[in-house]
Design a protein around this ligand. Sequence first.
Ligand code: NOJ
Length: 570
Amino acid sequence: MDLNTSAWWLNSIGYIIYPETFFDSNGDGVGDLNGILSKLDYLRDLGVNLLWICPIFQSPMDDNGYDVSDYGAINPRFGTMKDFDNLLAEAHKRGIRILLDFVLNHTSDQHAWFQKALQDPSSPERKFYFFRKGKIVDGKILPPNNWKGFFASSAWEQVPGTDDFYLHIFSKHMPDVDWSNPTLREEYFKIANYYLDKGVDGFRLDAVAHLAKDLSFSDSALKTDTSGYVLDTSKFSNRPELFDYLQEFKNRCLQGRNVLTVGEVGGNISPEEALKICDRSYGSINLAFNFDTVWNNGNYGSIGKKDEDIKTDVLLLKRNFMRWYNADHEKADMPLYWCNHDHPRVVSQYGSVKYRNESAKMLITTLLFLYGTPFIYYGDEIGMSNVQFAKPEQFFSDKATESGVAEWRKSGFTDEQIVAFLNRAARLNARTPMQWDDTKNAGFSKADNLIILANPNYVEGVNVQKEMENPYSILNFFQFAINKRRDAVINDIVSYGPLELIDPNHPDVFAYLHPGSQKLMVISNFRSFDVFFTFYYEIADVMLHNYGDVKIVNHIFQLRPFESYLIRIR
Ligand code: NOJ
């Protein structure tokens, strides 16, 4: 199979759905599969043709579905397997493909495998997980090593009444599975093949970077925190065996099927190393989702800082994009995205609520014409932005945030500092209900007492219905821009042609050119103030623009706040 010609994802515009808060069709307060079904026409009209739906499997929802208790069943909150089959068929009828979010680094502690492993230490399931003895120090039992997890302090949890601990790099209710065990791998291949045989178009592979661990379980040599633990991702990220596991996954499940696999590889992999996973000729999966272009404004971990200290580092953003482009062009395909359900809303992160309309349009213009398959996060098409809560507790429907807050309080941060940080950076910001109209709950659900409340700005016009009525809205701009991006000629230029930065050292403007026979250029101002940009080309056509008039005098563009162009030049 020649991926250059048959890689359908190069003609695709992805759209990420967090099912819990997308649309509630039965009024129980939770978004569901039939809710997504009822919005398929909206999505088709928007122009997207590839959905990544966050996990929908049976789950106690300790981590919002990323804790799977049964891969063979749909979470009843979201519907039934019949609903899923129907959604898949109806999406396909509309030319929309579906990727399932496949969680294969860990299960829920409620999964039958883990329950068996707990009950019977001699069962085969015990070897599906990492159980190790604790260390006795000064008569006290301590975890087997000093590893810290992403959600909690120690990455180990003691099994009550024993000296055994199990590894969990995320929540303690999400024990890691042992991919070095061939029987475990076999179980995952069966699950993948079950859904692929059903006709799903591929997977987003959750936390895939972490499948291989340092099996010596030796202490990290990095400096530990005051509790004696340290988050040393090298102990469980992108380790050599990962590449073998993924090759086996490809051979057992993907080979011969024209499906897309998108792996979450995290922030610690270099583009060159990522080619071991996603190179077209010898890789195992298609796209490596990294986080290098996600937090280029110092927002990540910025607790204690003031909002005014958070400023997009445009140079870094460009450099990071180009690092991946230079490694991948002509060798591998790339995903493009500003955010997902784990990050704050992009308008609040790289854009501006004050300039919602301008910045949302600028951000989509910049993203769409870069090299790669764009993924839009639901709600970005109407400029949804971060919440403004008053108390840390309002963020606690996300357990990861809850444990973070406990640690920050222990470290002496005030609630005021914590709230300011969470309003800026918490992932709950991206999980509020989709804003469909200005009725109760933004038209997302008829229920009272939602777990995650809608951002109140839905009554101020930030909703689909209002956006549809306005010809100059963000939504209409997205639709127009996506349509342009899907144009066959433009798609060829963007997907196969070269790309170069223009004025790479400009600190405020992200400008790039496709220098092929039809020359396409994007010029975007990432600032909330006017900036100047020298331009020596002749404009043939302004194809996208988020202001009403063009300001260019003597080869100098005056770019107003978040002004952005897609132009064809001669
Ligand atoms: C990455 C997912 O995107 C995130 O939401 C989740 O908490 C972790 N993986 C654990 O599955």
